[in-house]
Design a protein around this ligand. Structure first.
Ligand code: F6P
Length: 373
């Protein structure tokens, strides 16, 4: 790509820690390695759709190291409304792809780098295809549920936050001889719950992928109490269903539904069944905010610079990915197939079971072979 080319970068979908580090890495690599102009598009695709256009020019030197340390996304983001079929006040739907294409042309963009989950990348790749623009994706989500990559930006920090919450809950649980239930995010995937639960020493970890029964949960609590310990710590992922198979959901004003409430549901039932005072805690958006962990800064930096290389190659329609300790790329069509879920024989699940943690499900214990592979 020649020196006078221009690329846009946007953050899309729910925010998380490490997004500013990604933007910094893209801007730095584009300037340092290729001498391109970089525009930060504000509020996801809407910065190119609305008029006047909303963007900031990102100079390499302006992207100092404070971006590594800051939470959220200074470009803004949106997780509402699909611009390919945007809900209008009169109940109709409108396609904003012509406005997107015109906006990109006004800015002279050759390509767009999208930092998002699978949904954002699917929508933006279609907008770019219609606009005749190149597009490269960078996975981000605390849920870590993007196919094709072992890690997405934001997951590591969310796990650290949830682990610290568990560390803090152990002491208050012990003082009051209680069961504390920490409800964590993750949508339909149990990666945050399972990872933080192991790291934070939980006795019970419930994830959407593995069925549980209240009887088994109560049995595990009683087994812990029988050892002489008077407190129990439980992690539950927000997407875990009630025993009747229904999701615990909160409806916000405007009718928007989000997962929430499974911790309270469990606390109500477990207290009576297991005979222990129980308190639920919802960790919520604390998992998305604040200072990125060192690991997220590293993944963000590696992903951002690799994405710029993909743009230079013209490797359109690909997403950078972390696989077996290295950065690679995968085709977007392999990624935008819905959420990646925790498998019953995932190393995390096997580790939890081998530690004696109740997880539901019926995965076998992990057997590590001493034979060289
Ligand atoms: O996908 C990220 C996530 O934080 C989920 O874990 C959670 O269910 C959802 O977004 C919350 O969305 P909102 O920010 O709209 O409440």
């Amino acid at each position: 790509m020649s020196v006078n080319r221009a690329i846009g970068i946007m953050t899309s979908g729910g925010d998380c820690a490490g997004l500013n580090a990604v933007v910094r890495a893209v801007a730095c690599a584009a300037h340092e390695q290729y001498g391109w102009k970089v525009y930060g598009i504000l509020d996801g695709t809407s910065g190119l759709i609305t008029r006047p256009l909303r963007y900031v020019e990102l100079g390499g030197s302006a992207m100092d190291s404070s971006c590594l340390r800051s939470g959220g996304t200074f470009l803004g983001t949106t997780s509402k409304g699909d611009p390919l079929q945007f809900p209008m006040p009169d109940g109709s739907y409108r396609d904003f792809s012509p406005e997107f294409a015109e906006g990109a042309k006004m800015l002279g963009l050759d390509a767009v780098v999208v930092v998002g989950g699978d949904g954002s990348m699917r929508i933006t790749s279609e907008l770019c295809r219609r606009a005749g623009l190149g597009m490269v994706g960078i996975p981000k989500t605390i849920d870590n549920d993007v196919h094709g990559t072992d890690y997405a930006v934001g997951f590591a920090t969310a796990v650290d936050v949830a682990t610290e919450a568990l560390d803090r809950l152990h002491s208050t649980a012990a003082s009051h001889h209680r069961a504390m239930i920490l409800e964590v995010m993750g949508r339909d995937a149990g990666y945050i719950a399972m990872t933080a639960g192991i790291a934070g020493g939980a006795d019970i970890i419930l994830v959407p992928e593995l069925p549980y029964t209240l009887e088994e949960v109560s049995h595990k609590i009683r087994a812990v109490l029988d050892t002489g310990r008077s407190h129990v710590v439980i992690v539950v992922a927000e997407g875990v269903r009630r025993e009747d198979g229904q999701s615990a959901v909160i409806t916000y004003s405007g009718g928007e539904k989000r997962y929430g409430g499974i911790g309270h549901y469990l606390a109500d039932r477990i207290a009576g069944m297991a005979g222990i005072e129980t308190r639920p805690i919802v960790l919520g958006h604390l998992q998305r905010g604040g200072i990125p962990s060192a690991r997220d800064r590293l993944i963000a930096s590696a992903f951002g610079t690799a994405a710029v290389d993909l743009v230079a190659e013209g490797a359109w329609g690909r997403m950078v990915a972390w696989k077996s300790g290295t950065v690679t790329s995968v085709p977007l069509e392999d990624v935008t197939t819905g959420a990646r879920l925790l498998a019953a024989d995932d190393v995390l699940v096997c580790t939890a079971k081998a530690l004696g943690i109740y997880t539901g499900g019926s995965a076998p214990f992990l057997k590590v072979s001493s034979a060289a592979s």
